[in-house]
Design a binder for this molecule. Structure first.
Ligand code: NOJ
Ligand code: CA
Length: 705
């Protein structure tokens, strides 16, 4: 009897000790995560890397709409489970052919008193970081609930340097600002450059994926993984204490996500290392997503493409067919009665020329924008029924182009600009995808320019997150690959739906035609935006003076030609555009050769050197060949990059073709100065190459057989 009481006592003592703090470490023991409940039963966590604190004790939980107790305190631990997982999986496309998913897991089950509600928190600790999410199992006392505020914090240890863009419910198309956390408030107003749809929310509100650098040499990335059926997370900084608070994108009524148990949140992610190249090499975001739900993935193929695009972005030609119409009513407006404006890009003759160019130079596809009726009146009036996605302009011979492309072995990519009339897009989606299949289009570029309809919704609210997901899943039913622009930034969902082959969701090359981007922009993107998935950055611009394309455009592309070539390696994407016009490639055929040669899908990637905002150098081995490609993008000042080719197979000989900045290259005044040099190399070779500000180099290394 006494023995029994004793063991019950020991057990409860054991439980209450367990309830105070629990620790897990990464498989290599470099990362430590502590979970604990404070005296009020508030769940908290704390994290360190190689004995340096990364996240100070930070609270977890939720404020719930119309709820007395919220889900923030009064918790006790009812159970906790530790486990280990180690598996290697093969992505359909990617930076390497195999990805190891190795972590230690802690699942803490909490019960709240007196509500008797259960909330579980699942932590996964990898060698490269930590992911955690909240789970709400099916239970008697929690069914439907609306999250008013997610109380998750990320408490920083100091006034770190951050590479940030303004928090916004509608766009990520901003230049990155590099500053101390304490400087964000003062810099915010000037950092909010204009966009057709934007909603900022706080002078210290910023977006993820966020990169931080500490004074003692740590690189930290904060983001989320598997954003499904939830609102997009921003971060609001308490700049007195350097604590980031989660800030969820509200819906039209100002509410957070609508939940129904069983439910779970996306993963909150913290990637950390003392070496910047490890951040680029991290696959944690993908690993936190579910395996592919598409069984037969044979139709999903990386693509290199050209298109009817840059000419409209620069204003050389137009999406619209006519300048006669002030308003367009599809089905009522008769285009045959209008006068063509003479500069409509997507006309049959021009599209066929591009198909010829693609076929001559070995490109997989041609994108057509402005092929369908409605562009005369596509944004700005909160118009519901904009496009029907099935009616070509009179000068676009859909069938003729289809046959022509097929005969030339070129795939066509269709553009669906929704102009953010999401209701209209969903109304047409099945018909539009079927129409694509009927006419041989296996990939769609979708777009969400302007304010969302239904009116008042935000690009990154739960409702819209669900729409993007719906479109990707529906596309998979039709075996269609998706490249969504202006959609929510990716969170590794392409692991589960590999037909999501790219997104824009950041400031892409188009901004080089709208006033220019910072010369070091591309040395930041791989540390931030690309953490969640590939970007359709649309590189390959050779003519930087855009007044040569359109006398009314005085914008300048802030990059050298060698930098543009390097982007095919440094900005990983299975979808890569050669964005400039054929006539500009024909002027620089020796440089264009790199774009033709460069791989798209990789066996492995070696991250040679990197510093956010300053430089990135990556080497990648093409899948199915022994060829390697190296890219270096250089940010703020001239720099000599020294690399060793020891990643090459020992004992083999290779021919390297080096495309580097010319001696007198300058991204503003002399961007077209470059050198092309061939040499024999092996695994013992070392290279020393100078890159200018906004410059870089690209190397193709082909095995001599
Ligand atoms: C913005 C997209 O990013 C761009 O690529 C597209 O051409 C325009 N919208 C028009 O849809
Ligand atoms: Ca865009």
């Amino acid at each position: 009897m006494t023995k029994q009481i004793l063991s019950i006592l020991t057990l409860s003592l054991f439980i209450s000790i367990q309830a105070i703090a629990q620790q897990i470490v990464s498989p290599d023991k470099s990362i430590q995560l502590n979970f604990s409940l404070n005296e009020e039963g508030v769940p908290t966590y704390q994290m360190s890397f190689k004995d340096k604190e990364v996240i100070k004790t930070s609270r977890l939980g939720f404020q719930i709409k119309e709820d007395d107790q919220d889900l923030k305190n009064g918790f006790t631990v009812v159970n906790s489970e530790n486990s280990t997982f180690d598996e290697t999986w093969k992505p359909v496309w990617g930076e390497e052919s195999e990805i190891r998913n190795h972590y230690n897991e802690l699942l803490v089950s909490l019960i709240q008193e007196p509500s008797q509600r259960i909330m579980n928190i699942r932590f996964r600790v990898f060698n490269d970081g930590v992911g955690f999410r909240y789970e709400f199992p099916e239970q008697p006392n929690l069914g439907h609930f609306v999250i008013e505020k997610e109380l998750t914090q990320f408490a920083m240890t100091n006034d770190h340097t951050a590479f940030w863009i303004p928090g916004d419910y509608d766009t990520q198309e901003y230049d990155y600002i590099e500053s101390r956390l304490s400087e964000i408030r003062d810099l915010m107003t000037n950092s909010i450059t204009s966009n057709l749809s934007q909603t900022s929310f706080s002078p210290t509100g910023i977006q993820t994926s966020l990169l931080l650098k500490t004074d003692d040499g740590l690189y930290i990335n904060l983001h989320e993984a598997a954003l499904i059926d939830y609102s997009t997370m921003h971060l609001e900084l308490d700049d007195k204490n350097f604590v980031f608070n989660a800030w969820l994108t509200p819906d039209v009524q100002g509410s957070g996500p609508y939940m129904m148990a069983p439910a779970r949140t996306p993963w909150r992610t913290i990637i950390v290392s003392d070496d910047a190249t490890d951040i680029l090499a991290s696959r944690m975001t993908y690993n936190l997503n579910e395996p592919s739900k598409i069984e037969d993935t044979s139709w999903i193929k990386p693509m290199k493409y050209v298109g009817v695009w840059w000419e409209m972005i620069t204003g050389k030609s137009s999406w619209a067919y006519t300048d006669d119409l002030k308003a367009v009513k599809l089905g009522v407006t008769d285009y045959t009665k209008t006068k063509p404006n003479g500069k409509h890009g997507a006309n049959t003759k021009h599209v066929k020329e591009l198909i010829d160019f693609a076929s001559e130079h070995g490109f997989d596809g041609v994108l057509v924008e402005g092929w369908n009726e409605g562009w005369e009146d596509w944004f700005g009036h909160s118009k519901d029924y904009v496009f029907d996605f099935v009616t070509p302009y009179p000068d676009f011979d859909l069938e003729g182009i289809e046959t022509y492309a097929k005969n030339k072995g070129v795939e066509m990519i269709m553009h669906h600009e929704t102009s953010s009339s999401v209701r209209n897009y969903e109304r047409h989606l099945d018909q539009a995808y079927q129409f694509m299949k009927d006419h041989g289009y296996n990939a769609v570029k979708s777009g969400y320019v302007g304010d969302i309809l239904p009116r008042g919704e935000n690009h990154y609210s739960q409702w819209m997150v669900n729409h993007y997901q719906y479109a990707v899943e529906k596309a998979a039913d039709y075996k269609i690959m998706v490249n969504a622009h202006e959609a929510v930034r990716p969170t590794g969902i392409a692991r589960t739906y590999p037909n999501l082959i790219a997104n824009e969701s950041a400031r892409g090359t188009e901004y080089q035609a709208f006033g220019g981007s910072k010369a070091n922009h591309v040395t930041v993107l791989p540390f931030t935006r690309l953490i969640g998935g590939p970007m359709d950055y649309t590189p390959g611009i050779f003519e930087m003076d855009l007044s040569k394309l359109n006398p009314d455009n005085n914008s300048h592309v802030n990059s050298t030609i060698a930098n543009q070539l390097a982007l095919y390696v440094t900005m990983y994407s299975p979808l890569q555009m050669a964005a400039d016009l054929p006539e500009n490639y024909n002027r620089f055929l020796d440089a264009f050769q790199f774009i033709k040669d460069v791989g798209l899908d990789w066996e492995k990637s070696v991250y040679l050197e990197a510093e956010p905002g300053s430089y990135i150098t990556i080497a990648r081995k093409e899948k199915g060949t022994n060829d390697w490609f190296v890219g270096n993008v250089n940010g703020k000042k001239d720099r000599v990059s020294e690399i060793s080719l020891d990643f090459l197979d020992k004992g083999k000989k290779y021919i390297a073709t080096i495309y580097s900045d010319g001696k007198d290259a300058n991204y503003k005044t002399n961007p077209q100065s470059y050198n092309v040099k061939k040499m024999t190399v092996s695994s013992t070779s070392k290279l020393k190459l100078k890159s200018v500000e906004g410059g870089g180099y690209a190397i193709s290394i082909m095995e001599v057989k």
